[in-house]
Design a binder for this molecule. Structure first.
Ligand code: TYD
Length: 207
């Protein structure tokens, strides 16, 4: 089973991943967690280029191709082989991030993006996508206070982040069988519990 976590910046996805992985392990499954961009040696090098504050002149098309290049690598090197072995893979961001950020955020054609994504992933789609939804102001103030490194992408204007969030809501509404929206402005333990409930509805405990 392939589970992805999506959400605007500061939605708190990353802190939820270890607990969710542990929960799935308790159900009796082998679990692998990954994050995007990055997650492989080649992907981490691409991540550096994408995130660097030195690269402020990066064209949105360049950005897409770099995200998708990193994704092609992690899908073939890690995600597919693990899924084939029966491992539950939990990815912090995946293809929907490209639709939300580059598509809705930067206004690039969604149909074209879907074609590029399909090429990069070989058509691999998540079985379950958890949308950790938070309004833009809350998300960005969490990012600023969180102590994590401020990167080039956080620097985009507020209006950009609003379009990203609205894009996520639209993507989730269009495919309700795959997406579960969780209100991530709630306390982290509650968010985690809702995530676990969503997983339990699709994954039968083995033990
Ligand atoms: P990261 O520091 O990993 O933060 P987060 O915890 O929010 O995931 O930064 C990832 C950034 O890259 C985030 O701003 C979203 C953006 N992004 C895209 O724009 N397109 C993509 O395809 C992916 C995977 C990420």
């Amino acid at each position: 089973m392939f589970i992805t976590l999506e959400g605007p910046d500061g939605s708190g996805k990353s802190i939820q991943v270890p607990a969710l992985a542990e929960f799935v392990r308790q159900l009796g499954y082998d679990v692998l967690t990954t994050r995007e961009p990055g997650g492989t040696s080649i992907g981490d090098q691409i991540r550096e280029v994408i995130m660097s504050m030195k690269n402020k002149s990066m064209n949105p098309r360049t950005e897409i191709l770099l995200f998708c290049a990193a994704r092609a690598q992690i899908v073939s090197e890690v995600i597919r082989p693990q899924l084939e072995k029966g491992v539950v893979v939990i990815s912090d961001r995946y293809a929907d991030s490209t639709l939300a950020y580059q598509g809705y955020g930067h206004g690039l054609d969604l149909k074209v993006l879907r074609g590029i994504l399909d090429f990069a992933t070989g058509g691999l789609t998540p079985d379950l996508t958890l949308l950790l939804d938070v309004d833009v102001e809350t998300g960005l103030s969490r990012r600023q206070q969180g102590g994590g490194e401020w990167n080039r992408l956080d620097d985009y204007a507020l209006a950009f982040h609003r379009r990203v969030r609205d894009g996520y809501l639209e993507l989730a509404a269009a495919e309700p069988q795959r997406w579960v929206r969780i209100d991530a402005s709630q306390a982290p333990q509650i968010v985690q519990q809702l995530m676990q409930e969503a997983v339990l509805r699709r994954l039968r405990p083995k033990v």
